[in-house]
Write a protein that binds this ligand. Sequence first.
Ligand code: NI
Length: 255
Amino acid sequence: MYTNIFDTHAHYNDRQFDEDREIVLAELPSAGIFRVVNCGTDIPTSKISIAYAERYGYIFAACGVHPHDCSHETEDWKTELRKLLAHPKCAAIGEIGLDYHYDFSPREMQKDFFERQIIMAKELDLPIIVHDREAHADTWELLKKYAPKGVVHCFSGSAEMARDIVKLGMYIGLGGAVTFKNARKPAEVAKCVPDDRLLLETDCPYMAPVPFRGKRCDSRLIPCTAEVIAGIRDCDPQSLIDRTTENAKTLFNII
Ligand code: NI
């Protein structure tokens, strides 16, 4: 069994966990899960992330407004978000970014929310958790402009873009997508990211790794992803887990 697993991106507030959330969350530590960052996607889910962090010692919160959700935020979102970010177990602003695949919010609005939250992160010296789906050019423009601390999660860009992001000082988050059969680009990325810049994540309940693809995911499936990445990098899965956990502790300033 693997130990010391740090899931840097989870959504345990998702309704897919409504039936058995407490059971799953109670079981994670004994399954080798050391820490979890639960990511909000708007103000209400960010509040839930904080509530989980208060209840479970191993959970930390990320609070932020996702590109899908900016169009339904109320005007006082920035004030509300600032209050949540002051919580001692809020480790990051996230998840934030751009999504031009679904375009659930107008692109100009997505960019505005993303930029404002990057500025807030710089001001508060917090890392950001970035969602970039089919918006690589605009995401890169904003990251380059501010060079924030943070991670591009479920990274789907090219190996070249991954290198640029690493040069900027940021981290690359990889999850179940690396294990998919057609995952040529994520595999190239998994090979090229330096040891000290790689993070593991689930994005659960989504993105379950092979052989659980399509099923509900939780942090206990990280070893499937770690084994594939370790195979690509020709290293031992537990040492990969240990290294990525150290990286996550550094980035999120978590002991
Ligand atoms: Ni997510």
